[in-house]
Design a protein around this ligand. Structure first.
Ligand SMILES: Cc1ncc(COP(=O)(O)O)c(C=O)c1O
Length: 384
């Protein structure tokens, strides 16, 4: 019998007690001075944490709404947008942009690989692009983009806004908007911030805020920067009701990030990711992403020959561990696991032991303790 269902998918991720506590608190009025103070601390704290010289918007909605907000406030009908795609979520910008009657050019990689930065340079040199979009980590492939290198490149094109989708990255992968020349970045609460789904955070630098001003009136209402700017600067004002308990939960999460430190948090993610990826490989799984471009927040694992997807994932569920299936061309061929946010070594040890048991239960011979042993040894070595 398993008393606990462990959510080990690439988001939502487990919500630890200090954060969960905030979700269950009695709601307060959004005008209550105590809440106004909390919201202000969240907005300013997140802005500072990621070196944003413009404005940070923590709002109710999911990552997809943040994608729309990024596009809507930085482009107008007829503009060109360059979409660099490392998978399913990179591609999501195509439909968002085409519905907004933007012209898109798409540079896609083979799943598991990146689009070479030189290819992006060549395309940006072809014509004027209002914006370029890329996922920091594409959740469908586990590929991490060379965000800093792309930032250096986009700096050569000052009329282009660099939009970074950090939904499966921010809070796990390292980012610094100023140092990396990122103009717009966004994430969602349920990933590396380890909060329940329902809130996104979008950071826009001065260049992006100026772009929005230059656009004049835009058709979008709820996600218009201009509607929210007065509230973000003075949260006692009203535009639309803030997600009170999510604000508190995100603030608790931000405080954990602040005390851990972004670099240390990234290094923790990296140690865990490399150790757990080695352990998965010992069981015969192949990490889809090429070694140089592998995310630290999640792993996308192609099954060993003869391991069937649904029986395996159902066996995992019977063991109380929820893992995700593959997307697009890898549906049925891949299992995806999250190891971001506030997941710890104990969670990963349980995940690996469940992998071993589930494989045995569906008739695939593995030695008990093999992957767990590799993981623990790697963690011990990297701690030295
Ligand atoms: C990289 C990436 N971008 C965007 C999204 C969309 O976010 P949401 O499901 O919160 O709307 C996801 C969701 O998993 C994602 O992984």
């Amino acid at each position: 019998m398993y008393n606990k269902k462990r959510v080990m998918i690439p988001g939502p991720t487990p919500v630890i007690e200090p954060i969960r506590y905030q979700m269950g608190r009695e709601v307060q009025a959004f005008g209550d001075p105590a809440f106004v103070r909390d919201y202000k601390e969240l907005i300013d704290g997140l802005k500072e944490l990621y070196a944003c010289n413009g404005q940070c918007f923590p709002l109710a909605g999911t990552g997809t709404l943040a994608m729309e907000m990024a596009i809507s406030n930085n482009t107008k009908i007829g503009d060109n947008v360059l979409i660099v795609s490392h998978g399913y979520f990179g591609d999501r910008f195509i439909e968002i942009c085409s519905r907004k009657r933007l012209h898109t050019d798409v540079l896609s990689s083979e799943w598991g690989q990146i689009v070479p930065v030189e290819k992006i340079r060549a395309q940006l040199s072809e014509k004027h692009y209002a914006a370029v979009t890329i996922s920091h980590v594409d959740t469908s492939t586990g590929v991490r983009a060379p965000v800093e290198e792309i930032g250096k490149l986009v700096a050569e094109f000052p009329e282009t806004i660099y939009i970074l989708d950090g939904v499966a990255a921010t809070g796990g992968e390292y980012a610094d908007m100023e140092a990396m020349n990122i103009d717009v970045m966004f994430t969602a609460s349920q990933k590396a911030f380890g909060v329940c789904p329902g809130m996104f955070v979008l950071w826009a630098n001065q260049k992006s805020l100026q772009r929005r001003k230059d656009l004049g009136l835009i058709p979008e209402y709820y996600i218009d920067y201009e509607k929210w700017l007065p509230i973000m600067q003075e949260p006692s004002k009203y535009f639309a009701t803030p997600a009170i308990n999510l604000v508190w939960a995100m603030k608790a999460s931000m405080e954990i990030l602040q005390s851990e430190g972004l670099k240390a948090r990234y290094e923790r993610h990296e140690r865990n990711a490399r150790a757990v990826q080695k352990a998965f490989e010992s069981l015969g799984f192949t990490v889809l992403a090429e070694a140089d471009h592998r995310a630290v927040t999640l792993s996308n694992l192609v099954y060993p020959e003869g391991v069937p997807d649904l029986p395996f994932r159902n066996a995992m569920l019977d063991l109380g561990v929820n893992v995700a299936g593959g997307l697009g061309p890898y549906a049925g061929k891949m299992v995806r696991v999250g190891h971001m946010g506030n997941i710890d070594e104990n969670d990963l040890t349980v995940l690996l032991s469940a992998f071993e048991t589930a494989l045995r239960r569906i008739g695939y011979e593995v030695e008990y303790g093999k992957a767990v042993g590799i993981y623990l040894k790697e963690m011990e070595t990297s701690a030295k």
